[in-house]
Design a protein around this ligand. Sequence first.
Ligand code: PMP
Length: 365
Amino acid sequence: MTNSIAIHGPVPRASVQSMKEYHPPLGCRDALRLDFNENTVACSPKVREVLGRISAGSLTRYPERAPVEAIVAVHLGLASKQVALTNGVDEAIHVLFETFLEEGDELLLPVPTYTMYEVYASATDARVIKVLAGEDLRFPIERLLAAISPRTKIIAIANPNSPSGSAATRTQLLDIAERAPHAVLLVDEAYFHFHGETVIDQIGKVPNLIVARTFSKAYGLAGLRLGLLAAPVGLMRWIKRVLSPYSVNSLALACLPPALEDTAYLGWYVGEVLEARAEFEAALDEAGVRRWPSCANFVLVEIGAQHKEFTRLMSAAGVLVRDRSSDPGCHGRVRITIGTREQMCQAVVALHEVLVVLNRKGGAQ
Ligand code: PMP
């Protein structure tokens, strides 16, 4: 009998059984972290100050999200009811997909793109329709428009996109929203600060537009898990039915107002990254390494057949980078996060050393 219980134990939904496992390499990262597109320095000192003042007693309470959502809404020029804070953009994506995707629906996804869209979609009963970018990895607008069907329920676009670094224009995004009025257009602006272009001002004006933002990148708060969704009130009421009222913890909520207020820190960090990106791109060009133009805090480079060895040797030289070879259309390509100018000088030294080793072994690029 015990045996039959073991054999006929609880079985997850069919879609979960067929999901691929996803294990990002988050272990052993005590090196220069150019692998996850995080802030490579720190959060604002004002945030650190607030964290230091948090009392043990305040941790006994459940977190209250609404007052902080009101502050964020003012910051974004939106109404409170149009904003939901989430446990990172990942939770926002998860909740959005759970709210809208059911059997027979299609999620339209330009690829390569951020992995978690497909992870969360494959846990639903919807189909994922992938639209592959061309060799230049630019936003495949024409193919995406052609792939819109009556079954399209969500179109998820990271803008700027990862790992390519390319961006769709505002006109393209608004065109997509107009051509798919029956679908939600999610524009994930995780890397907004390094690009400067947004469609968040169109929230409530374009009825099917939803925008996501994160505090994990420019703000340097990836460890706190803080993201947000901005959506028209009519869509937000459904999303908030699914979203946990408790998922954003009180430390994250306490840190958000000082993070928003310290525009000087944010400006400094973004400025530093943009300068470092230009210098690093010039160094790549000089070294003859093919790269794709980037609107974000990372650059995708072509390493070729030795991509695994490149990633391993860079890591051995103290610089973590991310092999994106298993992404669609990205074989032999590695993504390198941009940190400060000083950090990128260290990365360039490591890059040169590693390329010499690979060339000796027989043709890196
Ligand atoms: N969207 C994109 C496009 C990303 O690249 C990432 C993180 N790499 C996320 C969302 C996840 O953001 P968060 O840390 O807020 O969950």
